[in-house]
Design a binder for this molecule. Structure first.
Ligand SMILES: CCC/C=C/C(=O)SCCNC(=O)CCNC(=O)[C@H](O)C(C)(C)COP(=O)([O-])OP(=O)([O-])OC[C@H]1O[C@@H](n2cnc3c(N)ncnc32)[C@H](O)[C@@H]1OP(=O)([O-])[O-]
Length: 719
């Protein structure tokens, strides 16, 4: 867990050896304590260097240990002892120094960083705070404003920025460990007192209260209802107003309030869920670690609408040459100008040059004959997509992968019209595709493991969080969205307003309420889908009773909104009104209020007061209920996959963990009881009927999310 060796005859080199990130597990802490004791007591040793194996200094506390009781030496006294020692200690930072790893570096008397190293205190993203002295030492070293920013955001910084801020003493392009050993030898004769960060006086700005107040407001606005950043601010205040001995106690008290909170559990779950999602498996035994992806050097995108443009940018900025295809000259020219503008702005922001030389724009599919992969992003129309795939089959070389960006159509039906169904896969990006992190990789029954591996790896290369899902209408994300949207519109019928529902969801932590989100996405898309599926429009069977379609409750209000030409932000009117088409400032619209009142009186609905609790329960439990069905159907392999999709694609708050984790946090028994209650009140809404898997899990004693898989593994998997 830590290697101890004597180098240059008098330097004790302590190397943390806990792959993959040298996390500070109990065994590592124990090994550091023993090694330090040895080094401080050995008269041959004049200085110490601490580094990490495999070019990684330390990724912080071992997050896996947070779930159990504390074992091994606690971190704070261990770190205090290193700082207080009478021999100089130098941190050789390569790779990462994060969280407890950064705090370990802060107690060393000197810090040498490799130029590619990244440093940071990301604890806040895990629902806790840097409680190994980080909130007390960092402000003393770099001042309150800079420390506050790093601690409340959890942002990673480069070695160069760390040098500028005064966190590290030297940045090197050579082996940081060797440089640190030489540095340590030179430090032997120098006094250490000014190098003990906890002994420094915090440089305190004159307007401390105003500064803390401003940061508090900022944090509350950005992360509504999230506890950890507020606790971080209080801890930093202690660094400014108390001696270290008291400040460290305050830090520990604040940590205690966070450590066992639901938010911390949810955020730590999100960390592991995100990593679990990349580990796809198929019933055949093919999986992420035994299937080799193909290398993709060139790609083509068909369709330069909003999605197509975002996908071109995502590919080009990671160095893939892209041929972009449109059907008409004017559309091609508009798309081209927009893509170039997006790439130039993106490059400027990142301080690199725009990779415009990788782009080619064409009207002819014939130009695609040599590309490695094609992503079709044409209009959401099956007949059109089938024509494109037939054409691609003829034009592209037999090894080219054919992908579709459909948001819910049958990927296997598209595979069926090609000459290579095993090379067809869905790559469902989320709008705007160059910004949103989520990618659903939709595996058809005939997609080969190499095809899936390639799509997953391409997603990773583009910086996306890729999740493999099965093929069914709407896949995972949009399939679950339906019951969620339905509940929201039923609540409108019953007496709520769009702004009340949105507020309840935004107070819960959603980035946007359901109606604001729908306005942003455009209301016409769903309207067209409803028309195509015979739910509205001229094809509706007139024998349908009002507010019922296909044997179940149906709310026609969204159709009525669209009939008035209100398609959301892009038309300046939707569930809200905006200053202008394309405007983003949503204001309640009295016309919508009138429409709701007229609607209720036409159908004799007596509006009632609806509580926020009912809004949250009906929307979120209906959402999760569909998630349970998706698990039963084998469309998602694990609850973590569903949660990651909702966290990265639909603005579900991370401190809620995602719909499936949230259900387990509320208690599956409670979710079941509430769904039964609402289903009894609304028997014509099948989405409220508790799913068999939910009932089964409750009958098995409501196991934690990570164990649900054991209860579904016998069911058929589409993955
Ligand atoms: C008193 C307490 C005060 C201190 C608190 C803290 O320090 S809180 C901590 C503050 N620190 C942080 O928040 C840093 C968290 N870590 C990271 O941000 C990134 O892992 C990385 C940047 C270090 C490496 O990125 P990368 O893309 O190269 O690699 P990757 O991300 O794919 O991970 C590889 C494997 O390592 C695993 N694992 C990673 N870290 C930890 C950990 N600390 N623990 C346990 N496990 C960890 C990860 O699950 C994965 O396991 P798998 O799936 O293979 O079984």
């Amino acid at each position: 867990m830590a290697r101890y060796e004597l180098v240059k005859r008098s330097v004790a080199l302590i190397t943390l050896t806990n792959p993959p990130v040298n996390a500070l597990s109990s065994a590592v802490r124990h090994a550091i304590a023993k090694s330090m004791e040895h080094a401080l007591n050995d008269p041959k040793v004049s200085a110490v260097v601490i580094c990490g194996e495999n070019g990684r200094f330390c990724g912080g506390a071992d997050i896996r240990e947070f779930a159990g009781p504390l074992r091994g030496p606690p971190l704070v006294p261990l770190l205090d002892a290193i700082e207080a020692g009478e021999k100089p200690v130098v941190a050789a930072i390569e790779g990462v120094a994060l969280g407890g790893g950064f705090e370990l570096a802060l107690v060393c008397h000197y810090r040498i960083a490799h130029f590619k190293a990244r440093l940071g205190l990301p604890e806040v993203t895990l629902g806790i705070l840097p409680a190994a002295g980080g909130t007390q030492r960092l402000p003393r070293l770099i001042g309150i404003p800079a420390a506050l920013e790093l601690i409340t955001t959890g942002r990673h910084i480069s070695a160069q920025e760390a040098l500028k801020l005064g966190i590290v003493d030297q940045v090197t392009e050579q082996n940081a460990c060797e440089v640190a050993v030489e540095f340590a030898l030179r430090a032997v004769a120098k006094p250490l007192s000014s190098r003990r960060v906890s002994m420094l006086t915090t440089p305190c700005p004159p307007d401390l209260d105003a500064l803390l107040e401003a940061v508090t407001m900022q944090v509350k606005k950005k992360a509504r209802g999230v506890m950890a950043p507020l606790a971080c601010i209080q801890a930093v205040r202690a660094a400014a107003t108390m001696p270290y001995s008291k400040g460290i106690k305050r830090e520990s008290e604040l940590m205690a309030t966070l450590f066992n909170s639901g938010q911390a559990r949810a955020l730590q779950y999100c960390f592991f869920a995100q990593r679990t999602a990349g580990k796809w498996t198929l019933p055949s035994g093919a999986q992420w670690n035994n299937s080799k992806p193909r290398e993709i050097r060139s790609a083509a995108i068909i369709g330069l609408g909003t999605m197509g443009r975002g996908i071109v940018v995502s590919l080009a900025r990671v160095g893939i040459s892209v041929i972009a295809v449109e059907s008409e000259k004017k559309l091609l020219e508009t798309g081209k100008q927009m893509v170039i503008g997006m790439l130039e702005r993106d490059a400027k922001r990142r301080g690199v040059s725009a990779s415009l030389n990788l782009l080619k724009f064409t009207l002819s599919l014939q130009d695609l004959k040599d590309v490695d992969l094609v992503i079709e992003a044409v209009f959401e129309d099956m007949a059109l997509k089938k024509r494109v795939f037939q054409e691609l089959s003829k034009v592209c070389r037999p090894a080219t992968l054919l992908c579709t960006n459909t948001s819910g159509l049958d990927v296997d039906a598209l595979a069926g019209v090609t000459d290579r169904p095993h090379l067809v896969v869905g790559m469902h990006f989320f709008s705007p595709a160059h910004v949103m992190k989520l990618l659903e990789v939709v595996c058809g029954p005939r997609s080969s493991s190499e095809t899936i591996a390639t799509a997953m790896s391409l997603g990773k290369r583009m910086g996306k969080v890729s999740v493999a899902v099965g093929n069914c209408p709407g896949f995972v994300g949009n399939r679950m969205l339906k019951p969620y949207l339905d509940q929201a519109t039923f609540l409108l019928e019953e007496g709520a307003t769009p702004e009340q529902i949105d507020k309840a969801l935004e107070d819960f932590g959603f980035a946007m309420g359901v109606f604001r989100m729908s306005d942003l996405a455009g209301l016409d898309v769903g309207w067209r889908v409803r028309k195509e599926s015979g739910l509205t429009g001229p094809d509706v069977d007139p024998k349908n009773p009002p507010r019922r379609r296909q044997g179940r409750r149906y709310c026609p209000i969204p159709d009525m909104v669209c009939e008035q030409g209100r398609f959301g932000q892009k038309t300046g009117r939707g569930w809200y009104m905006y200053d202008k088409p394309g405007g983003t400032n949503a204001k309640p619209d009295p016309l919508i209020q009138n429409l709701l009142e007229m609607y209720r009186s036409r159908y004799g609905i007596q509006p009632r007061n609806i509580s926020d609790q009912e809004i949250i329960e009906r929307c979120l439990f209906a959402l999760a209920n569909e998630g349970f069905r998706i698990l039963e159907d084998g469309i998602a392999a694990r609850p973590e996959d569903i949660d990651v999709i909702y966290l990265f694609g639909y603005g579900f708050p991370r401190h809620g963990g995602g719909p499936m984790f949230y259900s387990s946090m509320v208690g599956l028994e409670r979710v079941l009881e509430r769904l039964e209650h609402y289903h009894q009140a609304h028997p014509d809404v099948p989405h409220l009927e508790p799913s068999p898997l939910l009932k089964k899990l409750v009958a098995c004693g409501s196991p934690p999310v990570q164990k649900w898989r054991e209860h579904i593994k016998t069911m058929h998997s589409h993955l």
